[in-house]
Design a protein around this ligand. Structure first.
Ligand SMILES: Nc1ncnc2c1ncn2[C@@H]1O[C@H](COP(=O)(O)OP(=O)(O)OP(=O)(O)O)[C@@H](O)[C@H]1O
Ligand SMILES: Nc1ccn([C@@H]2O[C@H](COP(=O)(O)O)[C@@H](O)[C@H]2O)c(=O)n1
Length: 443
């Protein structure tokens, strides 16, 4: 295949995945979901499986400061760490939109108020929670209860999502989360029939077609997510990563970069000196590689056997070989299995790649196929890497797309029901806006 469409970044770091810095904040509140989601990461160390993934959760985003206080990444991260420490054990991390929706929209430093049983700040006289009756630190309970392989949603789910009708936040079925006397609003598009099917609603209905739709067997994989799944596919350099991170950040969803998983597998095989022209050798060696993905859109991580490989996987050697590795069916089965587990364990996730809408999550309610003209993609990639030869970059992107779209096992393809978004003439912010609008319309 063509070599190296993506060189090392001028700064010495490998290609910085374009975080959607310009992404507008605040849609979580508009969607009735206050940050943070209790767990946006994925712990995937299935004992029986050679691969595992361990995601960092989105809990740290609990402490996100107002935008005006986050002028740059360094300060932002320092601030997040500080807020994380300050909030440790604070029940405010569980607050939800509701009667205290205004509080939920405020991301400034939180005063040390006692919160009520729903995690809201008291609003009237005598509203303080009595110490003996205050629920224990929900974060601690969740940390203790959430183990690798757990898919159980614990007492306080993320804002805007169903919580069990028992426990400290107990509420009856159909009861409004913030207002005990008010019936819970039905999500747009969900019918009474959906509700009778349980939380899965239309996911379950679509799921009946699952075996016809996918090419990789689903047996033994808990692949059905009860939460929102946004699948974003497209050719190389079309803006999937930048856009997906921006969308996930705006909607307080987790984020999974499946390309990083194929890259990490490739890195591991290169380290092991596996002959990448030999699919059998690739398949055999892949069984021993342990991958771990972190799903925080502001800080996605990827580890191989505990080693942080986020930098090395963007190098020319990996970029030049990854499509060979990704074409091996056994590798795809392993990684698709892992991706489905991450999706199933998430509380809502944006997943980007080449076959997400067609194969990994065929029942995702939102599928985007993100494209951009080859020249625009090459120009952006060249600008990103500092490559001077844009024509060579364009050629390398085209060669990678050729291999990815012609392989037999789940090739790069637009799902039949995917919405095509052409970002050629749109800014990153506009692409994110467009996709957030599509997600809004779909739920
Ligand atoms: N709408 C846009 N306008 C301008 N630049 C963009 C836009 N979308 C993405 N970019 C830039 O284009 C480059 C490629 O984007 P990105 O890495 O997100 O693409 P990708 O589809 O994930 O690539 P790959 O398939 O190789 O992983 C980045 O430098 C990114 O900042
Ligand atoms: N769902 C996916 C995602 C990626 N690949 C392969 O990985 C390569 C690298 O992907 P990037 O998004 O990081 O550029 C890509 O070229 C594909 O070969 C895949 O097969 N399926």
């Amino acid at each position: 295949m063509g070599r190296h469409d993506r060189g090392r970044h001028r700064s010495g770091r490998d290609r910085p995945r374009g975080a959607a810095r310009g992404a507008r904040r605040g849609s979580a509140a508009r969607h009735g979901r206050a940050r943070p989601r209790p767990c946006g990461g994925a712990r995937l160390a299935r004992p029986a499986h050679p691969l595992g993934a361990h995601g960092r959760t989105a809990q740290r985003r609990a402490g996100r400061a107002p935008r005006s206080r986050r002028p740059g990444p360094a300060r932002r991260h320092a601030h997040r760490r500080q807020r994380h420490r300050a909030l440790a054990g604070h029940p405010g991390r569980q607050r939800r939109a509701g009667p205290c929706g205004a509080a939920a929209r405020t991301r400034g430093p939180r005063p040390r108020h006692r919160l009520d049983r729903c995690g809201h700040r008291p609003t009237g006289p005598g509203a303080a929670v009595r110490p003996g009756r205050h629920p224990p630190d929900p974060g601690q309970a969740r940390r203790q209860a959430r183990r690798p392989g757990d898919r159980v949603r614990l007492g306080a789910g993320p804002p805007g999502r169903a919580a069990p009708s028992h426990g400290p936040h107990g509420r009856g079925r159909g009861q409004h989360r913030g207002h005990p006397n008010r019936p819970r609003a039905r999500p747009p598009g969900r019918t009474g029939r959906d509700r009778r099917r349980g939380d899965l609603g239309r996911y379950a209905r679509r799921g009946t077609d699952r075996t016809r739709l996918v090419r990789i067997p689903l047996e033994g994989v808990a692949h059905v997510s009860k939460s929102l799944v946004v699948a974003i596919d497209g050719p190389s350099g079309s803006g999937k990563s930048s856009t997906s991170r921006g969308v996930a950040d705006r909607l307080s969803l987790a984020y999974l970069d499946t390309g990083a998983m194929y890259r990490a597998m490739t890195w591991a095989l290169l380290e092991r000196r596996v002959d990448l022209q030999d699919p059998d050798a690739i398949a055999k060696a892949a069984d021993d590689v342990r991958l771990t993905s972190g799903t925080d859109p502001l800080d996605p991580t990827i580890h191989v056997d505990g080693i942080d490989v986020a930098g090395p996987i963007r190098g020319d050697d990996v970029t030049g070989s990854v499509s060979l590795v990704a074409a091996v069916p056994h590798v795809r089965e392993m990684l698709v299995d892992l991706q489905r587990e991450t999706i199933a364990q998430s509380d809502g996730i944006v997943v980007e790649g080449r076959d997400i809408g067609s194969t990994v999550a065929p029942d995702a309610p939102v599928k985007i196929y993100l494209v951009a003209d080859p020249a625009a993609r090459a120009a952006r990639r060249a600008a990103e890497t500092g490559a001077s030869d844009t024509a060579a970059t364009e050629l390398a992107l085209a060669r990678r797309d050729e291999i990815d779209s012609t392989r037999a096992a789940s090739p790069l393809a637009k799902a039949d029901d995917a919405v095509v978004v052409d970002g050629t003439h749109l800014t990153l912010e506009e692409v994110i806006d467009t996709i957030v609008g599509i997600v809004d319309a779909a739920r």
